[in-house]
Design a protein around this ligand. Structure first.
Ligand SMILES: *Cc1c(COP(=O)(O)O)cnc(C)c1O
Length: 422
C-alpha cells in the first residue's frame, strides 16, 4: 500500500499518525491518502499517454463518493462516471466540469435523464431500447440532442466474483450483443440522439487482461461493422474494472500492461477513448480504522471484536473479500502470531472481517486498520443496528481534515416521524 507505513512504531498515513487522528475523531473512521490518489491517477494517465491513446479518464464515483476525494482527482484533470442524479450533483459540486462527466446505469429515471441533459454532461451511456426511446423523447421535448454511447453486452466471462461480473448475456447490463448493431443504427437516426459510439464494462476487480481483450476485440468488430453500415463511431468508453491487490503477493495487471492491451485491441480506429476506473484509483488509498473492544476466548477460538462492523465495510460479508488487518501500533518483530477471527459487534454471523487471520496479540483498546478500504467501503455503509455512519478523513502530508463528519444521534433521529395515530 502506498503512503501507509510505520514510523517509530506507529502507522502513518503520509505524515500523519493514524493514532492521532483516532484521538481527535474517535473510531471507527475511514482515512484516505491524497498522495496515493494522485499517484494512482498519474500512473494510469501516464500509461495511457505512453501508449499514444487519446483518452479521457472519468473516475467511477460509485467506488468512493467523498466530495474531497472527487475534487482531489478532479484537480488533476480527472472527470467523473456517475450512476445517479445524486452522484452527478456530487461530481458537479466537487468541481468536475460537466463536459467531463459520463452517466452510466441500467435504470436511469426520466428525472435523472433530464437533469443530465440540463447539466450538459459529456455523455449518457444508454443500456436499453426503452431508455433510448425515452431519452430521445425527452431531448426532443427539451429542444436538445443527447450525446449518447450505447452500452453493449459483449457476452464474455470476466473471471471475477459473481456479484460484480457484468458482461455476460445473463447479466442485466448493456444491449444484447445480437441486437447491438440494430440499436446503434436506430440511435443514429433518432432526432434527439447524438450517437457517438459504444460503451462496455464487463465487471470489477478483474485480475486478468484476457477478458478485457476479448470484450475489446468484439467492440472493435462492432465498430467496423457499424461504420460499414454507414453509422459513424467516434467514441469508445471502455469502462473500469481493473483489479487491485488486496493481499500481499496479489499482482493484478499493471496500468501499463492494460493500456498496451487497449492500444493493441482498439488502437488505430481513430476513436476518442474513455476509461472509468473506480477501485483502481481509490482502493489502496484508504483504510478503515477501528478499535478493539474485547478479545473473547471461547476454548476453540479467539475472537477479536472491533468497533467497526459489516455496516461500515460490507465487502467481507457481501463478496467474501479479504482486507488486511494492520495493527496501528507496530508489533514487535518477535511477536507471537496466532489465528484469530476478527469480527464486528453486529448481530449476524456474517459480520466477520476475517477468519483465522494470523495476527500478533491484540488487546482491548488497540487500534487496527483494514487495508484497501478506499473503494466500495464508505459508499456502501449503512446505519444498520442503529450505528452512526462512519466519518471520513482526508490526509495530505501532515494535514488532515474530517471531510464527512460522524452524524450524532440527534441527526439520526431527525429523519424519523411518528404518524399522528401513535
Ligand atoms: C462500477 C463501474 C465502474 C467502475 O468499476 P471499478 O471496478 O471500480 O473500476 C465503471 N463503469 C461502470 C459502468 C460501472 O458500473
Amino acid at each position: 500500500m502506498n503512503h501507509f507505513h510505520y514510523r517509530d512504531g506507529r502507522l502513518f498515513v503520509e505524515d500523519k499518525a493514524l493514532a492521532d487522528i483516532a484521538a481527535e475523531v474517535g473510531t471507527p473512521f475511514y482515512c484516505y491518502a491524497s498522495a496515493t490518489l494522485a499517484r494512482h491517477y498519474d500512473v494510469f494517465a501516464a500509461a495511457i499517454a505512453d501508449n499514444g491513446l487519446d483518452a479521457a479518464i472519468c473516475f467511477a464515483v460509485k467506488a468512493n463518493a467523498s466530495l474531497a476525494v472527487i475534487r482531489t482527482l478532479a484537480q488533476r484533470g480527472c472527470g467523473a462516471d456517475v450512476v445517479s442524479e445524486g452522484e452527478l450533483r456530487l461530481a458537479l459540486r466537487a468541481g468536475v466540469p460537466a463536459e467531463r462527466i459520463v452517466f452510466s446505469g441500467v435504470g436511469k429515471t426520466g428525472r435523472e435523464l433530464s437533469f443530465a441533459l440540463v447539466s450538459g454532461i459529456r455523455q449518457i451511456n444508454v443500456e436499453s431500447l426503452p431508455e433510448l426511446e425515452s431519452l430521445n423523447a425527452l431531448a426532443v421535448r427539451m429542444g436538445r440532442r443527447a450525446p449518447v454511447a450505447v452500452r453493449v453486452n459483449p457476452d464474455v466471462d470476466a473471471h471475477t466474483h459473481a456479484k460484480i461480473s457484468t458482461g455476460a448475456a445473463e447479466h442485466k447490463f448493456g444491449i444484447a450483443w445480437d441486437s447491438a448493431l440494430a440499436v446503434c443504427r436506430h440511435a443514429d437516426e433518432l432526432p434527439g440522439i447524438d450517437f457517438r459510439g459504444l460503451a462496455v464494462h464487463i465487471g470489477s476487480q478483474l485480475t486478468e487482461l484476457a477478458p478485457f481483450a476479448q470484450a475489446f476485440a468484439k467492440v472493435r468488430d462492432l465498430t467496423l461493422a457499424l461504420r460499414e453500415a454507414g453509422v459513424p463511431v467516434s467514441h469508445l468508453d471502455l469502462g473500469g474494472g481493473l483489479g487491485v491487490p488486496y493481499a500481499p503477493g496479489e499482482e493484478p495487471p499493471s496500468p501499463a500492461a492494460y493500456a498496451a492491451m487497449v492500444r493493441e485491441t482498439l488502437g488505430g480506429l481513430g476513436c476518442a477513448l474513455m476509461f472509468e476506473p473506480g477501485r483502481m484509483l481509490v482502493g489502496n488509498a484508504g483504510v478503515l480504522v477501528a478499535k478493539v473492544i474485547y478479545v473473547k476466548e471461547t476454548g476453540t477460538k479467539t475472537f477479536v471484536i472491533v468497533d467497526a462492523a459489516m455496516n461500515d465495510l460490507i465487502r467481507p460479508s457481501m463478496y467474501s473479500a479479504h482486507h488486511e488487518v494492520i495493527p496501528v501500533a507496530e508489533p514487535a518483530p518477535d511477536a507471537e502470531i496466532a489465528p484469530v477471527d476478527v469480527v464486528g459487534p453486529i448481530c449476524e454471523t456474517g459480520d466477520t472481517f476475517g477468519r483465522a487471520m494470523l495476527l500478533p496479540p491484540l488487546a482491548a483498546g488497540d487500534l487496527v486498520a483494514f487495508g484497501t478500504a478506499g473503494a466500495y467501503g464508505a459508499v456502501m455503509s449503512s446505519s444498520y443496528n442503529g450505528r452512526p455512519l462512519v466519518p471520513e478523513v482526508l490526509v495530505k502530508g501532515s494535514q488532515s481534515c474530517v471531510t464527512r463528519r460522524r452524524p450524532d444521534y440527534e441527526d439520526m433521529l431527525a429523519l424519523e416521524t411518528l404518524p399522528n395515530w401513535l
